[in-house]
Design a protein around this ligand. Structure first.
Ligand code: PLP
Length: 395
């Protein structure tokens, strides 16, 4: 008889956003026709940039003409896009060869699939609060997880310290959910820790485009990272591709473990397990990196940043401590009056119809904190902020 992957039994029964959807759904059932202000899930609200739309149309037309038609695409990515992305890193003085860049269908898919490269016996270090998929993907893979809590004392940016033992480590900077960003010295500490132990850093740079201060956008800005890090990136939040799906992963050729090149292993993996990403989407992705595309996506990012400013002003007025918002599309606030994070969720839902994300869903140390996404509609965000101000005055 077949034995299923019994590790699935170790997963918590409901995923954070599913649980939020159930609670908001139940509330809407009891209040038919009522309006909710959704500041919870990190999905974008602005449409794709005109340069991207033009590229999608042109690529669809290519597919209609025999001479320009594309069938299967190279499994690791189209050369034109791999070169374009290597050029994007080059602007930040990170020198990559195009075959160190792998085009993907998004960061989530990669974060799960990349675990194929590592033996089950490796321990995964996850800094919490964390994007829940890091934990769940490792539980599914049957891997031991080392939880490293962070908090206000270290500004949610913990550093390696004696006693921390792990083989794989997740760094997410700018961070979801806290919005915290590691500086160069802090990342250098993790790089030297990983190199000294032969560990591998999985660096999630999904929010790099939101950095506005002088902070590293890529782990490969740190000397030594090429022998210990893989970087996972996505156009989802950068360019509104959440429903379009495109990302990229950088695996340096210098990264070897156990005498094997992780870059070569990933080529072997992709050529076995995928048949490449759609030609049309890769053309759309390349348009993001043109001068016009960059101008347009940054205009959208500025709109999200204005949402952040409005929400931060509401918290400032109430004297509430928060992190993020400046270099990240998330604001991570302390719940008022020592309230629990699901209790604060319920009060926001029931009293002002604002939906956010309880910090506890990102790990036990997130209890007592709450996340707002700044990806919402600007008018909704302004309304939510003014309702929040009124509620916080009462609490
Ligand atoms: N990594 C982080 C930290 C995220 O917050 C998200 C999405 O919210 C992802 C990865 C997934 O991105 P994608 O849409 O490319 O799968």
């Amino acid at each position: 008889m077949l034995t299923p992957n019994l590790s699935y039994a170790n997963l918590k029964d409901s995923y954070l956003f599913y649980h939020i959807a159930q609670k908001t759904g139940a509330w809407l059932n009891e209040h038919p026709g009522a309006r909710l202000y959704r500041m919870g899930i990190g999905d974008v609200s602005l449409p794709l940039a005109p340069a991207v739309i033009a590229a999608l149309h042109a690529a669809a037309d290519d597919q209609s003409v025999k001479e320009r038609f594309h069938g299967y695409m190279p499994e690791c990515g189209a050369p034109f896009l791999r070169e374009t992305i290597a050029g994007y890193y080059g602007k930040r003085n990170v020198s990559l060869s195009p075959d160190e860049v792998f085009v993907s269908s998004g960061a989530s898919d990669e974060l799960g699939d990349l675990l194929d490269l590592f033996d089950r016996s490796n321990r995964a270090l996850i800094i919490e609060p964390a994007y829940p998929a890091y934990v769940d993907a490792n539980i599914m893979a049957g891997r031991e997880i080392v939880h490293l809590p962070s908090g206000p004392d270290n500004h949610f940016l913990p550093l390696p310290r004696p006693g921390i033992e792990a083989d794989l480590i997740y760094l997410c900077s700018p961070n979801n959910p806290t919005g915290a960003v590691f500086n160069r010295e802090q990342l250098a500490a993790w790089v030297s820790w990983a190199n000294a132990r032969g560990a591998v850093i999985l660096f999630d740079a999904a929010y790099e485009a939101f950095i506005e201060e002088d902070l590293p956008h890529s782990i490969f800005e740190i000397p030594g990272a090429e022998t210990c890090a893989i970087e996972i990136c996505s156009l989802s939040k950068t360019a509104g591709f959440t429903g379009t799906r495109l990302g990229y992963t950088v695996i340096p050729k210098a990264l070897e473990r156990g005498g094997l090149s992780l870059n070569a292993m990933w080529v072997r993996n992709r050529t076995t397990k995928t048949n490449g990403i759609s030609y049309i989407l890769q053309r759309a992705g390349a348009a993001v990196f043109t001068d016009e595309g960059q101008k347009q996506i940054h205009a959208n990012i500025r709109i999200y940043k204005e949402n952040a400013r409005v929400l931060m002003a509401a918290l400032d007025e109430a004297g509430i401590r928060y992190w993020g918002g400046k270099n990240a599309p998330y604001i991570w606030m302390e719940c008022p009056g020592g309230m629990g994070s699901w209790e604060f969720f319920d009060r926001l839902l029931n009293e002002i119809q604002v939906v956010g994300t309880p910090g506890e869903g990102f790990g036990a140390c997130g209890e007592g904190f709450f996340r707002f996404s700044t990806f919402g509609d600007p008018a909704d965000t302004r309304e939510a902020a003014s309702r929040l101000t009124a509620l916080l005055r009462k609490i």
